[in-house]
Design a protein around this ligand. Structure first.
Ligand SMILES: *Cc1c(COP(=O)(O)O)cnc(C)c1O
Length: 389
C-alpha cells in the first residue's frame, strides 16, 4: 500500500521488454544494420504510445533515467538560458525533493526564487500566484499531483496565469501520469517531467516533454556526449526500459477509467473507516485529488510506531526519498500541520495489483494497530477518561 513510492512492473510490460534484452539488443543509433533498426523501432513505438497518452508529437519527448533527471534537466537547462536576465522562478513549498533540491542550488547560484505557500487543503492560492507573477518570471514550476497527499493542483489555470505574464510553465507529473488524464496541449504545459516506475513500468527510465516551436524554450543539455535525442540527452538509450515505459503508458491509457473507479472505491472505503475513528483527520483537499492516495492523521499516534505494529502492511509517512530521514514531512508542515501532527500522519497509496482481500485486511489490521497503540498511550487514556466522566 505504498504505490506512490514505486509500483511493481506489470507482467504485460515485462513481456514487451524481454526481446529487447535478447534478440533485439541493438543500439538504436546504429543505422547501418538490422540490430540497430529493430532497437530504433522499439523506441519509436514507445514514443508513439507515450505521445498518444499525453497528446504530444514524437519530437517533443525525450527519455531520461527518471523524473529526477528530467526535473534537473528542465530546471538547470532553462536556468542556464535565463541566468542573467534577473527574472525569477516561482515554485511551491510542497514540491518533490527532485524539484526543490535543484532549485535550491540555482538559488545559491544567484537565480531569484519565489516559494509559494499552500492553503491548509494543500492547494495553491491562485491569487498569490497572480501577485507573484507581477515581477518578471521566466518559469513557473508547479507539480501536477502531490506524492504525499494526492492533491491535484489546478494546472490549467496556473498555466494560463503564467502565460499571460510571459512565463513558461513546467510541471512534475510523476504521480499524475497514467492515473488521471494528462494532456499537455489541453493543460498548456511547456515542459513536463514523468517517470515510468510510478505507472507499472520499470525503474530507471522517465521522460521530459518539451514543447516544440517556442523560441523561449532553450534548454542547455546536462549530459553531453554522442548527441543522442536531439543533443538534449546524450548516451545510448535504455531501450528495454523505454519499451517498457511505452507499454506501461499504453496500458494506463486503456485502463485508466476502470482503474480510477476501482482504486477510488477502495480508497473511499478505507477513508470512511479510518475517519470514523476518534481524532482522525484527512490531510489534503477532499475534491481535487488522486483516486488512490490517502493521507491521514491520527492524534496520539506516532506513525513510526504504527508501522512497527503492522509490519506486514507497507505504509509510508510520505516521500520515499526521505524515509531514512527522520524529519517531519515538508509537505504537511507547509499545509500548516505542527511537527507532532506531521509525525502522526500516514500515507496509504493503492495500486493496480492490490486485491479486495488486501484492502479488507488492511482496514482491519490498521484499525487494530491504532487501537492498541492508543491504549498504550497514557495521554490518550486520560483524554478518553475525561470524556467519559
Ligand atoms: C517519484 C517521484 C519523482 C522521482 O522520480 P524518479 O523517476 O524516481 O527519479 C519526482 N517527483 C515526484 C512527484 C515523484 O513522485
Amino acid at each position: 500500500m505504498d504505490n506512490n513510492s514505486t509500483t511493481p512492473v506489470d507482467p504485460r510490460v515485462l513481456d514487451e521488454m524481454l526481446p529487447y534484452f535478447k534478440e533485439k539488443f541493438g543500439n538504436p543509433s546504429s543505422h547501418q544494420h538490422r540490430y540497430g533498426w529493430l532497437a530504433e523501432d522499439g523506441v519509436d513505438m514507445a514514443l508513439e504510445r507515450i505521445g498518444s497518452l499525453i497528446e504530444c508529437r514524437e519530437e517533443e519527448f525525450i527519455f531520461t533515467s527518471g523524473a529526477t533527471e528530467s526535473t534537473n534537466l528542465a530546471l538547470r537547462g532553462l536556468a542556464y538560458t535565463y541566468r542573467n536576465t534577473g527574472k525569477k522562478i516561482i515554485t511551491c513549498l510542497t514540491e518533490h525533493a527532485a524539484v526543490l533540491e535543484p532549485i535550491r542550488e540555482l538559488e545559491q547560484s544567484g537565480i531569484p526564487i519565489q516559494y509559494l505557500p499552500v492553503q491548509s487543503n494543500g492547494l495553491l492560492d491562485l491569487n498569490q500566484l497572480e501577485e507573484a507573477l507581477k515581477k518578471p518570471t521566466f518559469l513557473v514550476c508547479i507539480m501536477m499531483a502531490n506524492n504525499e497527499t494526492g492533491v491535484i493542483q489546478p494546472i490549467q489555470e496556473i498555466t494560463q496565469l503564467a502565460h499571460e505574464q510571459g512565463s513558461l510553465i513546467f510541471s512534475d507529473a510523476s504521480q499524475a501520469l497514467g492515473k488521471i488524464p494528462v494532456l499537455v496541449d489541453n493543460l498548456g504545459l511547456d515542459l513536463m517531467a514523468c517517470s515510468s516506475h510510478k505507472l507499472y513500468g520499470p525503474k530507471g527510465v522517465g521522460g521530459l516533454y518539451i514543447r516544440k516551436g517556442s523560441p523561449y524554450i532553450k534548454i542547455k543539455p546536462q549530459i553531453t556526449g554522442g548527441g543522442q535525442q536531439n543533443e538534449l540527452r546524450s548516451g545510448t538509450m535504455n531501450v528495454p526500459g523505454i519499451v517498457g515505459f511505452g507499454k506501461a503508458a499504453e496500458i494506463s491509457g486503456q485502463e485508466m477509467q476502470g482503474e480510477y473507479q476501482k482504486l477510488k472505491t477502495w480508497r473511499d472505503l478505507m477513508e470512511t473507516s479510518f475517519l470514523s475513528l476518534p481524532l482522525s483527520y484527512r490531510n489534503g483537499t477532499f475534491e481535487n485529488r488522486l483516486p488512490h492516495t490517502l493521507n491521514l492523521r491520527f492524534d496520539f499516534i506516532k506513525s513510526e510506531q504504527l508501522f512497527q505494529k503492522i509490519p506486514h502492511i507497507a505504509l509510508s509517512t510520505g516521500s520515499a526519498c526521505n524515509s531514512a530521514n527522520p524529519e517531519p514531512s515538508h509537505v504537511l508542515l507547509a499545509m500548516g500541520l505542527t511537527e507532532k501532527q506531521a509525525r502522526s500522519s500516514i500515507r496509504i497509496s493503492l495500486g493496480r495489483m492490490n486485491t479486495t482481500g488486501e484492502i479488507e485486511n488492511a482496514i482491519k489490521d490498521i484499525r487494530l494497530g491504532l487501537e492498541n497503540l492508543r491504549n498504550e498511550d497514557v495521554f490518550w487514556l486520560k483524554s478518553k477518561a475525561k470524556e467519559l466522566y
